[in-house]
Design a protein around this ligand. Structure first.
Ligand SMILES: NC(=O)c1ccc[n+]([C@@H]2O[C@H](COP(=O)([O-])OP(=O)(O)OC[C@H]3O[C@@H](n4cnc5c(N)ncnc54)[C@H](O)[C@@H]3O)[C@@H](O)[C@H]2O)c1
Length: 263
């Protein structure tokens, strides 16, 4: 018996990285899955892993910044899976430029995907949850939203917005028996780290090595447990918040960061 038997979860950005970890942990707990992502080829590979766990899975092409795409994607998910119980808003991007080089495009992209994208997908799912008087929403924020930083301000600001949006959604939807929480992941070595600065695909780029050194340095100097986090860590936290074990938790933002931030 899994904690999410007979539940269906939709995960945006579920093709790779943290999203893949979330998808697999939810499936491990018994949930059937909808992966909603731009990268349908990569999503199909993750879907194959879900099937190996004995769970049903649907891949939906979705751009979380596009109203038509979110509405159609959610309708497709509902039609194919017969209903949704859990929404995980995980799709996210980082700015291409860093520090004072960040431009308007960086600001717009972080806002449109990381923050407004959550609102857009939620708007498409909430009527279904309200009709059922049940539902769990888990928004993926970041410890970057807990504190400022000199490096990727548009990202930090969008993630602070996610924490605030989570609190508003929790207050709006609590009377309908819908729990809304956020997770603030710490440092997980995924492709998002490569996207900052627009790095090439290969592993040999010296800038990539520099970036990894910077990543390791933060772990060494700021992380109480002195180890990086994994997509599975985030998936396990999502599974908890999506389960009835967390039925009386709403409006919270849980740091899963090895003790980097303690408030
Ligand atoms: N990796 C970290 O250290 C870290 C830390 C804190 C928070 N996060 C957050 O975790 C989430 C996942 O990040 P990741 O590290 O796995 O990055 P990633 O780049 O590996 O994965 C992001 C996923 O989101 C999808 N996506 C991007 N834009 C989309 C759009 N417009 N519509 C639909 N899907 C879209 C991508 O295709 C991809 O599958 C993001 O919200 C990110 O901000 C990551």
């Amino acid at each position: 018996m899994g904690r999410l038997d007979r539940k269906t979860a939709l995960v945006t950005g579920g093709a790779r990285g943290l999203g893949r970890g979330i998808v697999l942990e939810l499936a491990n707990e018994g949930a059937d899955i909808v992966i909603a992502d731009l990268l349908t080829d990569v999503a199909e590979q993750t879907a194959a892993e879900v099937r190996q766990l004995g769970r049903q899975v649907t891949v939906v092409r979705m751009d979380v910044t596009d109203t038509r795409s979110t509405q159609t994607g959610i309708q497709q998910a509902l039609a194919e899976r017969g209903g949704l119980d859990i929404l995980v808003n995980n799709a996210g991007v980082a700015p291409v430029h860093t520090g004072t080089e960040a431009d308007e495009e960086d600001w717009d992209r972080c806002y449109e995907v990381n923050l407004k994208g959550i609102w857009k997908v939620s708007q498409a799912v909430i009527p279904h949850f309200v009709e059922r008087r049940a539902g769990k929403i888990v928004n993926i924020a970041s410890i970057a939203g807990r504190r400022g930083g000199a490096w990727i301000a548009p990202y930090n600001a969008s993630k602070a917005g996610v924490i605030s949006l989570t609190q508003s959604q929790a207050r709006e939807l609590g009377p309908q028996n819908i729990n809304v929480n956020a997770i603030c992941p710490g440092l997980i070595w995924t492709d998002i780290w490569r996207a900052i600065g627009g790095m090439p695909e290969g592993e040999d780029d010296p800038v990539l090595h520099e970036r990894r050194t910077y990543f390791d340095k933060i772990i060494e100097t700021s992380c109480t447990l002195q180890r990086e986090q994994t997509p599975e860590d985030i998936g396990k936290a999502v599974a908890f918040l999506a389960s009835d074990d967390a039925r009386n938790i709403t409006g919270q933002a849980l740091n899963v960061d090895g003790g980097i931030v303690m408030n």
